[in-house]
Design a protein around this ligand. Structure first.
Ligand code: DSN
Length: 486
């Protein structure tokens, strides 16, 4: 791991710390200790191309394993519903300060436990700011507790059936942006915008037309499987034109924002009323979420707990502070640029060898490979690659004939392997290995005699050769070099 790819750490101290922790755990439940040790071994030996995963630094990981986990701290910094929160105040304030500085945001709320939680906080903040505050003024009260039963009835009705416009799941949007299996799809009447069927790119005129027709309260931008930049200046213009509040979910690409790869119109933070994120993907922090907001939303975002969140996880907020501090270093900016550059190498390597990509390329950390040209479903491709030591996940492509379960694509991401020190040459070689496996794999028959969308045949020699080639690259770029755990 080089200084430019991952946060540097003292390998001797980290080895002692993790070994001691595993020993302590082992004394109580050795099977858990063994699983922790095995997880490291597995992560060290797999070519991880899951676009939403990364490797947090030992400092981030160690910050989560301590007595902060035992503390209740509902409320906000300096305003808690429990006594004895002075140290939680310290870490929450530090995490928020680092987040504001890192992203240039007027306000940061670091309590959300995950991306879904961060989006829920954002949704309810908009509802409260747009609906509750005016209702309170109208009712002549300053405190929500002073509302009459009739006022509450009015408020409940106003909160129901509001409209949200987000990116379609089929073209890379996210479940939490208004889709039925998620609470957002039950809270809001939802409409979605797609991408241009020819180019696969967002058509901002089409988004505007849809927004004019649908008149959403919330316009949502952000994605989990769109391999391009989004112009957030244009999104804000659209939101303003129809009187919507713009929420950007930057969970996937927060690391590219933090590392100043996405700047100007492509940096969401100055344009969005509220920006949500996870902290563990390209940002390389602990598992968790965060919300950034313009000043007028701060007091509403602050009410995330108890509105939709339970007590904050102080140990994770502490780890967010450490991760944000790491992300403010020049080394992180170099890492973030390498993530984007490596995605281009992977994309070009696939294309040069006949691979077909959604949008024909990438501008972020994601490459979406359409595997139908190999005669495979996404499910078959995902399994054939895993058998060969390459971990990806299947993903729909726009207008996917195989639906969301079997799919026709695999989503590839560069954040994790870039943290291990992979560069352009390794990603080009990875592209070669992927094409070799997918070219050799063939669909096989289902039990019924027809062609299965899940089963496939792959010559053992191809899987073994790929595993060996992957192992060579992984050995040359070790995960947590010097960390001696076995
Ligand atoms: N599960 C994340 C992803 O893989 O993109 C998003 O929630």
């Amino acid at each position: 791991m080089t200084a430019s790819s991952a946060a540097s750490f003292d390998a001797t101290a980290a080895s002692v710390a993790f070994r001691s922790a595993i020993e302590v755990i082992s004394a109580v439940e050795p099977r858990v200790a063994a699983a922790i040790t095995q997880e490291l071994a597995d992560q060290r030996t797999s070519l991880k191309l899951i676009a939403s995963e990364n490797y947090a630094s030992p400092a981030v990981l160690l910050t989560m394993g301590n007595w902060f986990s035992d503390k209740y701290a509902e409320g906000t910094v300096g305003h808690r519903f429990y006594a004895g929160c002075q140290n939680v105040d310290t870490v929450e304030a530090l995490a928020a300060e680092h987040a504001r500085e890192l992203f240039g945001a007027p306000y940061a709320y670091v309590q959300p436990h995950s991306g879904i939680d961060a989006n829920l906080v954002a949704f309810w903040s908009v509802l409260a700011q747009r609906l509750e505050a005016p209702a309170l003024v109208e009712a002549g009260v300053k405190n929500v507790n002073d509302l009459s039963e009739q006022d509450w009835t009015t408020l409940r009705r106003a909160f129901g059936d509001q409209r949200l416009l987000g990116m379609s799941l089929d073209v890379g949007g996210h479940l939490t942006h208004g889709f039925r299996p998620n609470i957002s799809g039950k809270m809001f009447t939802h409409a979605s915008y797609g991408t241009d069927p020819e180019t696969g790119l967002i058509d901002y005129d089409a988004v505007l037309a849809k927004a004019r027709q649908f008149r959403p309260l919330i316009l949502m931008a952000g994605y989990s499987a769109y391999p391009r930049k989004v112009n957030f200046a244009k999104m804000r213009e659209i939101a303003d034109e129809v009187g919507a509040t713009l929420i950007v979910d930057m969970a996937h690409f927060a690391g590219l924002v933090a590392g100043r790869v996405f700047t100007g119109d492509f940096d969401p933070v100055p344009f969005a009323h509220i920006t949500t994120t996870t902290t563990h993907k390209s940002l390389r922090g602990p598992r968790g979420g965060a919300v950034l907001a313009q000043a007028e939303f701060a007091e509403f975002v602050d009410k995330g707990c108890p509105m939709v969140l339970g007590g904050p996880l102080a140990h994770v907020m502490a780890a967010k502070a450490v991760a944000f501090a790491e992300a403010r270093t020049p080394a992180f900016a170099i890492y973030a640029q390498a993530v984007a550059d490596n995605a281009v190498s992977l994309a070009e390597g696939l294309k040069r060898r006949g691979g077909k990509l959604v949008t024909d390329g990438t501008e972020n950390h994601i490459v979406l490979l359409d595997v139908s040209s190999f005669g495979l479903t996404g499910r078959q491709a995902e399994s054939a690659l895993v058998d060969s030591g390459i971990v990806t996940n299947r993903n729909s492509v726009p207008q996917d004939p195989n639906g969301a379960w079997y799919t026709s694509g695999v989503r590839l991401g560069t954040p994790a392997l870039t943290s291990r020190g992979f560069g352009a040459a390794e990603f080009d070689r990875t592209a070669e290995l992927i094409v070799d496996v997918l070219s050799a794999a063939t669909p096989s028959s289902a039990a019924s005699g027809g062609v299965s969308k899940a089963k496939y045949d792959l010559p053992a020699a191809v899987a073994e050769k790929t595993q060996a080639a992957a192992a060579e690259m992984l050995d040359a770029n070790p995960l947590y070099p010097g960390l001696d755990i076995s």
